[in-house]
Each structure stands twice: as structure tokens, then as C-alpha cells.
Write a protein that binds this ligand. Structure first.
Ligand code: PLP
Ligand code: COI
Length: 340
């Protein structure tokens, strides 16, 4: 059955689809995969997810290629990262094979919601795991729910592929120096809401968070990693308090293939004065080019883009990523899983 979706105008939001898939961990084992048509869940009011934040998630995308095939991008990496997040919060790690089987199943079941080739939109998969056991004392659950919902999405930042401005502020941290920033934990996003709201109020699309220990180095950019191009090199922050982005990992490979040097290292705020391009990168953000970075504490404005347009390197990154995910160029790294 056809959907009435105007694919080109899709925001990055929730659009109901036909099915989601679920699997519960009880009595020390994962049960059968359940296919559900309900968009609600029924859980105990004392579940650890609700009181003590035992909630982790992932984000990945499926694309309809030029050849009509459906490709899911790097699902093995998302599966592995979810396991790292689970270990970090003492939750039950979801087996990689189960994660992959559920991704394939939920995409296939919702095939009519996969945006057509060339629309610029994609199907976003949101796997999440929550602690179910009722607890009043602070203690991990022994029962878990893992589920995957999907929704068709357009660009994360308004306006699509065009420059936006971001800001630095030092009066908020999203994570602690050795805290949960390296995992994809719901609580990190709760902590980012107030600074992000304040940034939006001032007209910025995101906050460029600094390292929470010294507030001297760049960490990450809202719900995405950060990279810049400096003297023709790809530079991106190395930090214990950022999420290891799968998009960033892929861009580092692509940058090397384009003949660029890649530096994953601490980046002092002042270095922003010498970069020719900067962008937020992530599954949702793809590569969102940054025009200007304003340090709200010092008043310094780092003008990254001189002509108001996305830079050539970022433009090429997006072209190459799209080409691989749409089957227009060979997937030499084996990044895509074809949904049969
Ligand atoms: N950093 C944060 C805080 C994120 O939420 C995301 C989104 O997943 C990323 C970075 C980018 O990671 P990935 O490229 O794996 O989507
Ligand atoms: C993603 O890029 O998949 C994310 O998880 C970002 C999201 C928090 C909007």
C-alpha cells in the first residue's frame, strides 16, 4: 500500500510505521523475537529504566539504492556499540546476531516506508534497550527489553545541507570526564537539553561541548561528533567523554582515501581560528557544515566559512557517503548490508 508521504519534505521526526520488533531477556536468556503493531510498551512503574536511567539506544539508517536494493549502513558497528553501552550501565548486552536479525526483520516489514532513491530521505532505525525489573534501591535490573522501531526521516538540521552556526558555552556539561559520554545513554541527552535549548533560543543549531575536565578542548557537537579541515588535514577530537561515532570512523577512512592526513587528537578551542571547514557528523546529522562558531564566554567569533557555502571537502564527503549507501559506487569496505 502506498504511503502519502512527501519524502522530500520529511523532517527528522517520528512518523508512525507498521511494525516494530521486540525481544525480552528473562530468566537469564533472550526470548523469541516478537513483531508488534503497537507503538506503546507496558512496563512496571518501578522499572530501572524509569527511575535509574538504565536506558541505552542506537541510531542507524537504511537506504533505497539506485538499483532498488535496500542497504543498511554499518549495522555491525552499531550492534557492537550497543553492547559497549550495555556493559557501561551493567545491562544485558544484546548479541550481535540478534541485533542484526531484528534490524533486517524490521526493515523488511516496513519496506513501504523506505524513502525512494534520490529523495534525500532514509529510514531511521532506533534500537533501544531498557531495564524492566522493579527496583527501589539503586541496583541493576535482571530483566531487559530490547526493541527496534523505525521511522522515515529527512535532515536533522533545518534546511538540509547548508551551513549553520553553533556556539560554545562553559556553564553546562553534558557528561563527566570519565562518565557516560562514551556510551549512548539516554541520560546524556537529558543533560544536553537545557544548553541546547538556550543555544536554539540564541539562533544556534547546536552546542559545541568542551571537554568537561579542563574546558579547553573540543569534545562533540550536540548529537554528533565534530571534525574540521586544517591545513588540508582531517582533524577530529580524541576524548574519553565523546561517543565513538560510526560516521566519523567512516569519514576518517574516506579522508585517507582522498589522500588526506587524519589526526584524532585533542583540539584546543583556539585552533578553530585556523580551520578552513568544520562540520557535525553523525547518523542523523550526516555531515552538517558549520558556518560560524561563537564562543559565548569570551565573545570570540570563529568565522569558518568565508562564502557562506558548505566547503569542498564536506561536500565531497557527503557525495561519497551517499554514493556508497545508494549503491552508486562500489562498497569496497563492506559497510552496507543488503536486505533481501
Ligand atoms: N555523538 C553523539 C552524542 C550522538 O548522539 C551521535 C549520534 O549517534 C554521534 C556522536 C554520531 O554517532 P554515529 O555517527 O555513530 O551516528
Ligand atoms: C543519531 O545520529 O543516530 C543520533 O542518535 C542522534 C539523535 C540523538 C538525534
Amino acid at each position: 500500500m502506498d504511503t502519502q508521504i512527501d519524502w522530500g519534505k520529511l523532517p527528522f521526526g517520528y512518523y508512525p510505521t507498521d511494525y516494530n520488533v521486540r525481544c525480552e531477556f528473562r530468566n537469564g536468556q533472550w526470548g523469541p523475537i516478537e513483531v508488534s503493531q503497537s507503538d506503546t510498551i507496558n512496563i512496571h512503574m518501578a522499572a530501572t529504566a524509569l527511575h535509574y536511567g538504565q536506558e541505552i539506544f542506537e541510531g542507524l539508517k537504511a537506504f533505497r539504492g539506485k538499483d532498488g536494493k535496500i542497504r543498511i549502513f554499518r549495522l555491525d558497528e552499531n550492534a557492537k556499540r550497543l553492547r559497549e553501552s550495555a556493559k557501561g550501565l551493567l545491562m544485558e548486552p544484546v548479541p550481535v546476531e540478534l541485533f542484526e536479525e531484528m534490524c533486517l526483520k524490521v526493515v523488511k516489514l516496513n519496506e513501504r516506508f523506505i524513502p525512494p532513491y534520490g529523495s534525500g530521505a532514509s529510514l531511521y532505525l532506533r534500537p533501544l534497550e531498557i531495564g524492566l525489573s522493579p527496583r527501589i534501591g539503586v541496583k541493576e535490573a535482571d530483566e531487559y527489553l530490547f526493541m527496534i522501531m523505525v521511522t522515515p526521516v529527512g535532515p536533522y538540521f533545518k534546511g538540509g545541507f547548508k551551513n549553520t552556526n553553533i556556539c560554545i558555552m562553559r556553564n553546562f556539561d553534558r557528561v563527566a570526564p570519565l562518565g557516560t559520554g562514551r556510551w549512548k545513554v539516554g541520560g546524556n541527552y537529558a543533560a544536553s537539553m537545557m544548553p541546547t535549548h538556550l543555544a536554539h533560543e540564541k539562533g544556534y543549531s547546536a552546542v559545541l561541548f568542551l571537554d568537561p575536565k579542563e574546558k579547553k578542548y573540543l569534545d562533540e557537537c550536540g548529537p554528533a561528533n565534530f571534525y574540521a579541515i586544517k591545513d588540508g588535514k582531517y582533524i577530529t577530537p580524541k576524548s574519553d567523554s565523546i561517543l565513538p561515532s560510526i560516521t566519523n570512523m567512516s569519514l576518517m577512512d574516506i579522508a585517507r582515501e582522498m589522500g588526506m592526513e587524519v589526526e584524532e587528537r585533542r583540539i584546543a578551542v583556539e585552533e578553530l581560528a585556523d580551520v578552513s571547514e568544520a562540520a557535525a557528523c553523525g547518523t542523523a546529522a550526516v555531515c552538517s557544515p558549520i558556518g560560524e562558531i561563537d564562543d559565548l564566554d569570551t565573545g570570540h567569533k570563529y568565522i569558518i566559512s568565508k562564502d557562506g557555502k558548505p566547503g569542498p571537502v564536506t561536500t565531497e564527503f557527503v557525495r561519497r557517503l551517499d554514493a556508497i549507501r545508494n549503491g552508486e559506487e562500489p562498497d569496497t569496505h563492506g559497510w552496507c548490508t543488503i536486505v533481501e
